[in-house]
Design a protein around this ligand. Structure first.
Ligand SMILES: [Zn+2]
Length: 427
């Protein structure tokens, strides 16, 4: 990606959005692009999940980075900068959604889709909810990389995208073609990387990582009974190859056996809770803790799958999955926020936040799962995850009160990536 401009939003569309909500000196309104300075005033600011909030705070953005953050009196506001009045609003670091998919048919032929259409799709799925960074855990990599290139070139406003490309699965599992019939009606036909031994795992891992994928994703167990698990040598080989290149490796656990096999094999991130396994006992939680994995709970999608079933089944499932998350939290485990959108066409994360709160997460823990935890897990904490001088100006401005209601995380007024306003709520 060398030489590609990271200025996310210098295109006509982006500039129009930028001007809509920002008051700026007359000289700039005449048409010269922003001078790289933007000041957000008046908000309650959470610099990080464990910090005391700064009331009536100020964030100064310069050249895509945070130049200063603090209370009004302690920050010098540059005279000629554009300002955005955020009085009564809350500002946090930009959110990560660490489990998304760009495999719905709407993303096909991404190199040639009209820019406005791609921008609209990115907004509907991600940026209107404050997601400034996402990890795609399974999609046609050659297509997803086109979306990313068009964002990074500045043509289209959107989030930072990382992707595992196509996931690895067992021989004959065909998780997409055979699978998910109803759920994935609407998904592109994707090559399935089926592996059955160490040699196959090494070849598939090399192909993906040589091709530029940012990590690997394993289906540790088949979606369908009897839920065969990947051989240990497959998992261990893929893990070794990912780690040799300093890349993360995710597992879709499916079952208790799949989860334990993935953890035993050394994966870094468990991409789901596991409703079919029932409650997680000490053997499961202890193995996960010992392996120092991070967990992406994806609670809402499990309820979404039961939307045509009796309500009592959803109630029972919610009890199991929030119980799994509660057990993980009690052990001190790391949680990354993720919803599996793309695999679910209801993109609103509100219910995910509510379910996380039901499992016992405080709003500060949820904020960590959206910001510092993914930044640390993916080696980006020197650049992302907090509002601090020198870090990238990825920010979310919210209307709701986080300390009162977890769903307030979804009340996004503005989304800012690299100092550029890429979404604002029409109200
Ligand atoms: Zn998924």
């Amino acid at each position: 990606m060398e030489g590609v401009r990271r200025d996310v939003i210098s295109g006509v569309l982006g500039f129009a959005i930028l001007l809509a909500g920002v008051s700026r000196p007359a000289a700039e309104q005449a048409g010269s692009p922003a001078d790289g300075q933007l000041v957000l005033t008046g908000a309650t600011i959470y610099p990080g999940p464990t910090d005391s909030p700064l009331s009536k705070g100020v964030v100064v953005i310069r050249d895509g980075k945070i130049a200063a953050v603090g209370r009004r009196r302690s920050v010098r506001i540059p005279k000629d900068a554009a300002t955005l009045d955020c009085s009564g609003l809350t500002i946090t670091a930009g959110f990560w959604n660490s489990h998304v998919h760009f495999f719905e048919r709407k993303w096909a032929d991404a190199a040639n889709l009209p820019a406005t259409e791609v921008a609209g799709q990115l907004e509907a799925m991600l940026t209107r909810y404050g997601f400034t960074s996402v990890f795609d855990l399974g999609s046609p990599w050659d297509n997803t990389r086109r979306i990313r290139e068009r964002i990074e070139s500045g043509e289209i406003p959107g989030p930072r995208i990382r992707s595992t490309g196509e996931g690895l699965s067992g021989k004959g599992w065909l998780p997409l073609e055979m699978g998910f019939m109803l759920r994935v009606l609407g998904v592109m036909q994707t090559e399935s990387l089926e592996v059955e031994d160490a040699a196959g795992a090494l070849a598939a891992s090399k192909k993906l990582l040589d091709g530029g994928a940012d990590g690997l994703k394993l289906h540790a167990a088949s979606q369908f009974p009897p839920h065969a698990t990947l051989p240990d040598e497959v998992i261990e080989t893929a893990v070794k190859e990912a780690h040799r290149r300093n890349k993360p490796i995710f597992a879709h656990p499916t079952s208790r056996d799949g989860l334990l096999a993935a953890v035993r094999g050394g994966v870094d991130i468990v991409a789901h809770t596991t409703p079919p396994s029932g409650p997680w006992d000490e053997a499961v939680v202890g193995a996960m803790r010992q392996a120092k994995v991070a967990l992406i709970p994806t609670l809402k999608i499990w309820i979404h799958h039961l939307r045509h079933d009796r309500a009592s089944l959803s109630v029972e499932r919610a009890r199991i999955i929030t119980g799994q998350l509660r057990a993980w939290l009690a052990s001190g485990g790391v949680v990354l926020f993720g919803t599996d959108v793309g695999g679910m066409d209801d993109y609103d994360p509100s219910d995910e936040y509510a379910l996380m709160a039901e499992a016992g997460m405080t709003f500060r823990q949820i904020l960590a799962s959206l910001t510092t935890a993914p930044a640390e897990t993916f080696g980006e904490s020197g650049r992302l995850g907090r509002i601090a001088p020198g870090l990238a100006a990825d920010l979310v401005v919210l209307t709701g009160d986080l300390s009162r209601d977890a769903r307030a995380f979804a009340t996004v007024r503005y989304t800012i990536v690299n100092g550029k306003l890429i979404y604002q709520c029409a109200r």
